[in-house]
Write a protein of this length. Structure first.
Length: 127
């Protein structure tokens, strides 16, 4: 599909388009099941926990950065230790934020897979 003429490329694109059309999909809750609509957002406690982890890691990184520069510095070291604390806090928070985003995405995928399996296991009603 990647190589060839424009017609062939267009045919490949059309073959991969879902049957529901090109617009965004917004699944709604079914009145029969009473389930809430699917959402890409992680749960509120998971987001709060991820935010708290970023704050804790940033604080720990700032402490490590400050201590690292303070051990090496002699004399008046307020500016270098402050810079060390800022850099350490930024690096610690950034690293934890990356991990938190990956974990939240994985949780969302697991939840989506569980919802799909539950939908497949539920028999459809014949009207």
């Amino acid at each position: 599909c990647l190589y060839g003429t424009r017609v062939r490329h267009l045919r490949c694109i059309l073959m991969t388009v879902p049957t529901g059309g090109l617009g965004p999909r917004t699944p709604s809750s079914s009145p029969d099941t009473g389930r809430s609509p699917l959402s890409a957002l992680p749960s509120k406690p998971a987001r709060i926990l991820a935010f708290a982890a970023i704050l804790v890691a940033g604080s720990a990184g700032a402490l490590i950065g400050w201590a690292f520069v303070d051990v090496q510095c002699v004399g008046s070291c307020s500016t270098p230790t402050s810079i060390g604390a800022l850099v350490g806090g930024f690096v610690g928070a950034l690293g934890t934020a990356v991990v938190a985003v990956l974990v939240l995405r994985a949780m969302g995928e697991w939840k989506e897979l569980g919802d799909r399996r539950a939908d497949e296991a539920t028999p459809e009603r014949i009207q």
